[in-house]
Design a protein around this ligand. Sequence first.
Ligand code: CMC
Length: 432
Amino acid sequence: MNDQTGSLKVSDKSVDLPLKKGTVGPDVLDIGKLYQDTGMFTYDPGFTSTASCESAITYIDGDKGVLLHRGYPIEQLAEHGDFLETCYVLLYGELPTAAQKADFDYRVTRHTMVHEQMARFFQGFRRDAHPMAVMVASVGALSAFYHDSTDITDPNQRMIASMRMIAKIPTLAAMAFKYNVGQPFVYPTNSLDYTSNFLKMCFAVPCDDYHVNPVLARALDRIFILHADHEQNASTSTVRLAGSSGANPFACIAAGIASLWGPAHGGANEAALKMLGEIGTVDRIPHFIARAKDKNDPFRLMGLGHRVYKNYDPRAKIMQKTSHEVLAELGINDDPLLDVAMELERIALHDDYFIEKKLYPNIDFYSGITLKAMGFPTNMFTVLFAVARTVGWIAQWREMIEDPHQKIGRPRQLYVGATKRDYVPISKRREG
Ligand code: CMC
């Protein structure tokens, strides 16, 4: 293999494949012409060795535990900036100047309200509907309300749809929460920053004054930054695949939310907190560790392990610090779930099973404890993830649409079903 091509030898046939280099990270073999040249497909269920696109947005080095957005380390974005600045970086590729930041904040803020008819749309759900089910439906329904920003060939409409999505998703998330707990919807307050406004829409009630706690607002804002994008994960790939057919952005993001809901992905924060509750006390941990190691038991320790990170998830470190800040602010000194989490983390970092398999705590390990302390019920955790990830989905969707080489995503398969056979009339089919 030289710098420009790689070669693949199958039986007696050898094919040269172009080798592509990124700015950092592993090279890729371009197999786009493999079928044409050999009549063969590649097989990679779960895409463990497949780059599905070129992207200049987010870079992860899973072995070193590095996460960069447009080159900026997640630690620095979380420490020095706010969530809307990270949104700007993801969408535009550069840190904004003060004037650009003020203009961006203004543009997002102007779109925070949703069409009043949306409130009627919510009435159709059962009160006990899972807020993620409500999010999938209500975000998908945005395309029925905002026809003037669904033409994906118009750059202006694409930008308006992007702004609308980032601005309205917290409003819809807060509405899903309020509907679930039986309280009236709270309209957005545009004088507040993005995250303070969200907290107010979730926790204010008409009969009381509501003051945003700045420590909690900063912590939640940081949680949003940590979840903003994560390159080609399941939900982002879902958004790209849905968008590759030309579907409108609201429908694509609804598809991303559906994918995020699963417990192996965004649903893990809800599952992690449930698991900590199920474990309950530190003395019961060994039993659950034994179950996690048992090959015949499907049980997994939620919040541990990651497809890409084979080192400490850099987001988990910041999340752990944020968790302690929130608990200290709220005067929660002896949360038994935190004791269980810390002991579980200690064991995971020292036990051979977890070390050998490189299973480190991921972001969801501590986010559940933090969100619970802030007053969010577990069924809202993945919704908050969706609020934050919307900008990542949008940035990735836009990058795909603007790529001149973009085509509809259409994987092939290894067919293992029946070969051709003749239809049998129903009267002649034998039972059993
Ligand atoms: N507890 C116990 N064993 C585990 C765990 C776990 N949490 N995760 C992986 N393993 C074992 C697994 O049994 C397998 O063992 P073996 O090689 O003996 O069969 C090995 O580690 C590799 O696991 P895998 O399922 O092949 O790895 P994957 O890359 O397909 O899965 C994962 C990654 C995140 C789905 C998985 O680690 C997991 O299910 N973790 C718990 C769920 C979770 O916390 N998900 C949140 C991910 S971070 C948020 C996000 O980005 O969405």
